[in-house]
Design a protein around this ligand. Sequence first.
Ligand code: PBG
Length: 309
Amino acid sequence: MRRLVSETEVRPRQLVLPMFVKEGASEAAEISSMPGVYQHTRDSLRKAAVEAVQAGVGGIMLFGVPAVRDAVGSGGTDPDGILNAALADLRAELGDSTVLMSDCCLDEFTDHGHCGVLAADGSVDNDATLEVYGEMAVAQARAGAHVVGPSGMMDGQIAFIRNALDAAGLQDTGILAYAAKYASAFYGPFRDAVESQLAGDRKTYQQDPANAREALREVQLDLAEGADMVMVKPALLYLDVLRAVAEISDVPVAAYQISGEYAMIEAAARNGWIDRERSILESLTSIRRAGADIVLTYWAVEAARWLDR
Ligand code: PBG
């Protein structure tokens, strides 16, 4: 009876696996605050991505960890930079068997750790950053990304990237807009994963956790600017925002179950305080129930296997 009347389903095709690739690494290294998640080498990334596709995930979101960083994040726009090189590897290996997405943001590539370039006074220069995002998106699309994911929360980033892609003849590359991204304490383990250099915070560009209306405004702007999908991030702490966004969006809505959400459940499960598999599946079901069409989750492969049983 419960199976007959169940309102919400989670399917492997709806899950996107975020992955990390580290420049110059000789072996895959487990991230201490994210047990079970690795900084991959280019080789181990390829193998793990093939396994993810075999498990049926709908997409992969790739993040790069460069060996060298500078003030303007040159590694992000360089076609030979780690993220672009690894995107090319994956596209060659996977073709169109899954949707290949790439993080279009500077924080992994800058020596100050901010998502954009800085003005003389040390603040993030929104419009100068857009120029770099445009170049980065074109480089990622040329390397093989089907979809670019601007996660830096700069104003006007979607329109700017859309124009840059179109001008380069890359009309078919899609944009997953990190539309409502909050300045969250729960990104901590991710910052370990990318060896973030950030000293301060991102409160001049990411949203205040207290605000929901602001998220709807961000989504409306991104839709008007040409977003192909919009995302809410984090997921579990913002299910109300997710529901509200799902109600107004006429493009698919994604939610990012972030590193801190992953770490909390893993830590509690390791202590025997909660049932790991049930907790993971319940969390994914809740995110879908709130309105997400697509869920980015570090458990994508494992969950896909459970869901296929
Ligand atoms: C920034 C970015 C962040 C995440 C993805 N892209 C974090 C941040 O703003 O520091 C976080 C993802 C996670 O916590 O799992 N480009």
